[in-house]
Design a protein around this ligand. Structure first.
Ligand SMILES: [Zn+2]
Length: 103
C-alpha cells in the first residue's frame, strides 16, 4: 500500500487537472454560446428581410411558420430557441404580418 502523503499528492494533481479541464470546457461553452447567439441574430435578420420583401405569397412568412411548426420560436425575444408549447409573442408577430398583408 502506497504511502498516504504520496497518494494525497497524486489525488491533488488529478483534481487540479480536472479543474483545468472544467475551465477549458467552460470557455468553450462561452464561445459556442456567443457564436450561437450571433448566428441566431443573423438568421433572424435574414427572415426579417425576406418578410419585408414578401408580396402576396409571403414565402418568408411561410418559412417562419414552418420554423414555428418545427418547434422553434420566431419572435424577436427567443428567435431560434426551442419552443415548449405555444408562444404569444410568435403569434403576435405573425398576426401583425397578416394585417400588413391584407392592407
Ligand atoms: Zn416566441
Amino acid at each position: 500500500m502506497a504511502a498516504l502523503p504520496g497518494r494525497i499528492n497524486r489525488l491533488e494533481q488529478a483534481l487540479r487537472q480536472i479543474c483545468d479541464e472544467v475551465d477549458r470546457l467552460k470557455q468553450e461553452v462561452r464561445e459556442l454560446e456567443d457564436e450561437n447567439s450571433r448566428l441566431r441574430q443573423e438568421v433572424a435578420g435574414l427572415y426579417a428581410e425576406e418578410n419585408e420583401g414578401a408580396g402576396r405569397n409571403r414565402p418568408g412568412a411561410r418559412n417562419l411558420w414552418d420554423l414555428y411548426d418545427k418547434g422553434f420560436h420566431i419572435c424577436n425575444l427567443y428567435f431560434g430557441k426551442g419552443r415548449e408549447g405555444e408562444c404569444i409573442f410568435c403569434y403576435a408577430l405573425m398576426s401583425r404580418g397578416d394585417q400588413n398583408d391584407g392592407a
